[in-house]
Design a protein around this ligand. Structure first.
Ligand code: 13P
Length: 257
């Protein structure tokens, strides 16, 4: 981590927690991270059905937590069965929306174009997107990580204004590192994070590049978190499996201090 960017540790709970389980998890995490207030931003991203309960716990217990959704649709309202609009998320006090996670790209047909629409919708709705990018093992082994991720970033982040670009959060999550226990070396992850920052800079200028936050995601655990967080272009983590246990998530958040 470098500059004056506030570190962010976000837990992507994926499709694991019921509303009740999520409420308890928020309370359990809160007990373990009280001393981090103001130093590390902590964000929890329950499934849609768990947002209300998590939001209520955050409000009633006056927790210094951010709340994130795992997806959003780009239209304001309409006949879009099963979809959730930015306004609905904002009403539940969401701060962030994960957009373009590789699982959404793989199982739900997300493309750079739909990611871009969702990024704009998130900003229009008064929230900040956590935009995910990352290459497959095949591309990684072919040495095509940079070209692939650069295109994801250029197309996914097209058409923003400078203020929005500065408020961006981009998560670099190599697909082959998600849920596998494998990770790139911290140096390699930082190289990609730096390239992402440079791409934001090429699109929107140096101030946006300096201000936007780039997270690393993919098998982040308490044992390896510090290695990633000491890299200058990595501003935190998007955590999957290890975010489902209060103790491991809290330890990762502590490592970001
Ligand atoms: P894991 O931490 O389980 O590898 O998942 C990472 C991820 O996909 C977060 O969005």
């Amino acid at each position: 981590m470098a500059g004056n960017r506030t570190p962010l540790v976000a837990g992507n709970w994926k499709m694991y927690t019921t509303s009740g389980e999520g409420a308890i998890l928020v309370q359990d995490i809160a007990e373990l991270v009280e001393d981090l207030a103001g130093e590390v931003e902590i964000c929890v991203c329950p499934p849609f059905t768990g947002l209300k309960a998590a939001s209520t716990v955050i409000e009633l217990d006056r927790l210094d937590f951010k709340l994130g959704a795992q997806d959003v649709f780009w239209e304001e309202e309409g006949a879009f069965t099963g979809a959730v609009s930015p306004r609905m998320l904002k009403e539940l006090r969401c701060d962030y929306v994960i957009v373009g996670h590789s699982e959404r790209r793989e199982y739900f047909g997300e493309t750079n174009e739909t990611v871009n629409k969702k990024v704009h919708a998130t900003f229009r709705g008064g929230m900040q997107p956590i935009v995910c990018c990352g290459e497959s093992l095949e591309l990684y082994e072919a040495g095509e990580t940079d070209a692939f991720v650069r295109t994801q970033v250029r197309e996914g982040l097209a058409g923003l204004d400078a203020g929005q670009a500065a408020a961006l959060i981009v998560a670099y999550e190599p697909i082959w590192a998600i849920g596998t226990g494998h990770t790139p070396t911290p140096e390699k992850a930082n190289d990609v994070a730096r390239m992402i920052r440079a791409t934001v800079g090429a699109l929107y200028g140096p101030p946006a590049a300096m201000a936007c936050r780039v997270l690393y995601g993919g098998s982040v655990k308490p044992e390896n978190a510090t290695m990633f967080f000491t890299e200058p272009d990595i501003d935190g983590a998007l955590v999957g499996g290890a975010a489902l246990k209060a103790a491991s998530f809290a330890d990762i958040a502590r490592a970001a201090r």
